[in-house]
Write a protein that binds this ligand. Structure first.
Ligand code: NI
Length: 167
């Protein structure tokens, strides 16, 4: 396993759309285990392959309090969305920034797991928000893009300044 570098907003590679995985093999499983190690090390609840500069439709989520419930979604598709809820979100690619994003309150998702088996999941609450947030990443969309232009400009300026200081 290995800890991967997480791309930091506004890195343009975060806007590349991910392609479908057509064969789930050892390389896919290695990616998933590296992503899991990376997500747990960064204390995140979700990570999309896009964020580690792999532009394939793979995402992982663990919203359990004791970090024991890793869920893997390959080629995920939302087949039902219901309700609307405003929740505060953050992102490992946008460190230190938290803001409210409107999402469907409950979704049904179908995807493949790391063994290539299809599953369907009904999600609500944090898990539903998280699935939608990570699926946005696979389309090249970062959560701050749900915010106003003014907020996005402020966030970009703040992060660029911080990245310059760190360099
Ligand atoms: Ni994110």
């Amino acid at each position: 396993m290995a800890i991967l570098e997480i791309l930091q907003y506004p890195d343009p590679r975060l806007h590349l759309p991910a392609v479908r995985v057509d064969k789930i093999d050892e390389a896919t499983r290695k990616l998933v285990s590296d992503m899991a190690e990376t997500m747990y090390a960064a204390e995140g609840v979700g990570l999309a392959a896009t964020q580690v500069n792999v532009h394939q439709q793979v995402l992982i989520i663990d919203v359990s309090p004791d970090r024991s419930d890793l869920r893997v979604f390959i080629n995920p598709e939302v087949i039902r969305r219901e309700g609307m809820v405003l929740n505060q979100e953050g992102c490992l690619s946008v460190p230190g920034i938290y803001d409210n994003v409107e999402r469907a309150d409950s979704v049904t998702v179908t995807a493949l797991d790391a063994n290539g088996s299809r599953f369907t999941l009904n999600a609500s609450g944090l898990l539903a928000s998280c699935v939608q947030h990570e699926m946005d990443h696979l389309q090249g969309k970062v959560f701050v893009e749900h915010l106003s232009e003014l907020k996005q400009n402020r966030i970009r300026a703040k992060l660029k300044k911080r990245q310059r200081k760190a360099a």
